[in-house]
Design a protein around this ligand. Sequence first.
Ligand code: MLT
Length: 248
Amino acid sequence: MSAVPVVFIHGFPLSKHSWDAQSAAVSVTRRAVAYDLRGFGQSPIGGVRVSMDVFADDLIALLDREKIERAVVCGLSMGGYIALNAIGRYPKRFAGLILCDTKSQADSAEAKAKRAATILTVKKEGVGPFADAFLTGVLRPETFKEHPAIVEAAKRIIMGNTSEGICAALQAMAERADTTEVLSKISVPSLVMVGENDTLTPPAAAESMAAAIRGAQLEIIPKAGHLSNLENPVEFNRRLTGWVQTNF
Ligand code: MLT
């Protein structure tokens, strides 16, 4: 297969398995690579203080290891923060960019304070109660009623992570730099996707991000909240594979 590979960066506090349905759909026509971020899934934190720079450097190390010169990089939420950091610092490694349910702005003072409180709660209560609270905050309410299997699968993924990895990523997100200036410098084909009911990084944020990237395509995923690829994989995959096939 000579088509450009797609590399998937998962959101917080998930793992590469959150991309299983997308990897399967994309790998019909090209190589798809999903990996566990440092401190998530099977990837040890390795005694490193994580940051968006470290996560982005890890992405480039993965491309080197996999002998991928240029990739279409697809990141959801925190994965999008990492992709924007990486394209700002390593633009030559990108053939295309897919930003899902994410934003370029850094945390507000209020958001940083909320992260600090969440770190304390996770350290005290462990991953289970945090997983439930997180999913209640990001999934659309209907997902709980209509698709309990999706909620269970997401919870299983979160429960596969450690409180150490979760707290390190919360700290890294609180400290991340604003990447809004990167948007106007992006010169590769770009797709912005967002769940219509995403309240964390809402469609309005996706619209302004898409407007700031030259030629970017915007896709609103119906019947989906913040975890749009998990909540509506059929619509998500249709738009993802269609765009990838058209552009690469
Ligand atoms: C994510 O889905 O990756 C995170 O919830 C993003 C965030 O907390 O800013």
